[in-house]
Design a protein around this ligand. Structure first.
Ligand code: NAD
Length: 500
């Protein structure tokens, strides 16, 4: 069986740790590969490679760093189908969804291609007589990235293209559940002309993460994953003096106003709730219906749509399914236990995803599309992130009630409102305590040239991923105040300097 190792200093290297994790094909339940779980020493070797490469790479001109990114983008396009196949075979999402993930990741590379423009900084002439001020945006140094399983290509691509373009070097720690893509990305970067050591991949688990959080040579850590680990990474990394951006879990609400176009709502909800089997941090897992009339009509439409859904392996013969399996047996069992919990808590099970099998893929980790009605805020199925194909309907009477509900939830990643009423949409976008908001758009994932990030317990740290925040995160600003005096000037050394 193939064992995936590390990519350090421009080479694929085997791990000597003696520890491995299993990689499965979620559609069949078969183990297809194993991945090394690197030792602390091996993780430190990757940091050494990044540290040794830093001086030279940070001195490369932004234009030449950008040229590497242009070549990398072209290689990503050329290899897109191969990469998408890897995603589907290890993650399980359907092939066209894997291609979509890559497109969104490539867009961040396109953003990073513009780095000479993005690093221009600020300038003020004549802040005092004959005195100019300008800023330098300098690389922070060795950066680390730690990724979740649900976007094995896109999330690493949120991080390292911006970091590298800004002149940093990088150590990537992929999810041990679907680790092949980042190794392939490392090879493509090398082919694009990136010098050895500038980008390294270390596969592993907590042992590697803890080294990345404590080694003093690492200056910045980007993390995406579940909230408890995000909080741990933020606290530990910060205590060790690093800048950290740590994005966590979510429970995203869609508010459905009585005047919403319910065909648009049900069509949008199907993709937002069940696409990628609900394993998206921006998936909609709660629909908040304002008024029983809207709720009843919406449920009727959703039931019809669910009955027509195709669920199956993400790769295969015939028409592509809408939804594939979950990542692992363990995760599928967790989602199934949430369905049991919802029933016990008194929610009405409209569509039951339990006991769901796909003919020919009986051992795959499938859970069918599940719909609960009459979910209330006290229920665990409402409060907790399920991360599976389970949609809850919560009924409220007014817009104000809907807004309060969303604002009181501990997570604040994404949300949307569906309405024909501009005033309601305006109030919602301005008053909701959530980082990414859609108006008649179900999954409002910002484009690469904007920044991605939630509020509340969906993020730890002040700066979001990619876009302007990404550039700020991966650079240190230095402000220079300069004059070129002619002859001797009168200088008062003893009072606070002020500009005349
Ligand atoms: P996870 O938190 O289990 O793992 C994320 C990373 O942390 C992995 O690389 C893993 O190896 C590492 N890790 C796991 N346990 C650790 C520990 N005890 N100490 C140190 N490191 C540890 O998350 P996951 O299950 O891979 O991904 C799903 C989660 O990610 C969901 O909660 C989802 O909402 C979240 N997510 C959030 C966003 C966002 O932008 N906010 C995007 C994608 C996914």
């Amino acid at each position: 069986m193939q064992t995936l190792g590390n990519f350090i200093n421009g080479n694929n290297v085997e791990s000597q740790s003696g520890r491995v994790g299993a990689v499965y094909d979620p559609a069949t339940g078969e183990q297809t590969k194993q991945v090394c779980l690197s030792s602390a020493q091996e993780t430190a070797q990757a940091i050494t490679a990044a540290h040794d490469a830093l001086a030279e790479w940070s001195a490369v001109t932004p234009l030449n760093r950008s040229r590497v990114m242009f070549k990398f983008k072209a290689l990503l396009e050329e290899n897109k189908d191969e990469l998408a196949l890897l995603i589907t075979s290890e993650h399980g999402k359907v092939f066209s969804d894997a291609q979509g993930e890559l497109t969104r990741g490539i867009e961040v590379v396109e953003f990073a291609c513009g780095i000479p423009h993005l690093l221009k900084g600020e300038q003020s002439m004549n802040v005092g007589r004959g005195v100019d001020s300008f800023s330098l945006m300098q690389p922070v140094g060795v950066c680390a990235g730690i990724a979740p399983f649900n976007f094995p290509a896109m999330v690493p691509l949120w991080m390292f293209p911006v970091a590298l373009a800004c002149g940093n070097t990088f150590v990537m720690k992929p999810s041990e559940k679907d680790p092949s893509v980042p190794l392939k990305l490392a090879e493509l970067l090398k082919e694009a002309g990136l010098p050895d050591g500038v980008f390294n991949v270390v596969n592993g688990d907590k042992e590697s993460v803890d080294v990345l959080l404590s080694d003093p040579r690492v200056q910045a850590v980007s993390f995406v994953g579940s909230t408890p680990i995000a909080e741990y990474v933020y606290k530990t990394g910060s205590e060790n003096g690093k800048r950290v951006q740590a994005l966590g879990g979510a429970k995203n609400h869609m508010v459905v106003m009585p005047d919403a176009d319910l065909d648009l709502v049900s069509g949008s909800l199907m993709g937002a709730a069940y696409g990628s089997a609900g394993e998206r941090c921006m998936a909609i897992s709660v629909a908040v219906c304002v008024g029983d009339e809207a709720a009843d009509a919406l449920i009727e439409k959703l039931e019809t749509e669910i009955a027509n859904m195709r669920v199956g392996a993400g790769l295969g013969e015939g028409e592509e399914p809408h939804m594939g399996p979950l990542i692992s047996r363990q995760h599928a069992d967790k989602v199934l236990s949430y369905i049991e919990t919802g029933i016990k808590e008194g929610a009405r099970l409209v569509s039951d995803g339990r006991n769901f099998t796909v003919t020919g893929n009986e051992q795959g980790y499938f859970v069918g599309p599940t719909l609960f009605d009459n979910v209330t805020p006290g229920m665990r199925v409402y409060q907790e992130e399920i991360f599976g194909p389970v949609l809850s309907i919560v009924r409220v009477n007014t817009f104000e009630e809907a807004l309060k509900l969303v604002n009181e939830h501990e997570y604040g990643n994404g949300t949307s409102i569906f309405t024909a009423n501009g005033e309601a949409a305006h109030m919602y976008t301005h008053q909701v305590q959530v980082g990414m908001v859609g108006v008649n758009v179900p999954i409002p994932v910002p484009m690469a040239f904007h920044s991605f990030g939630g509020w509340k317990r969906s993020i730890f740290g002040p700066l979001n991923m990619h876009g302007p925040d990404g550039v700020r995160f991966y650079t240190k600003m230095k402000t220079v105040t300069a004059r070129w005096p002619k002859g001797q000037q009168n200088i008062n050394h003893y009072t606070m300097p002020t500009m005349k």
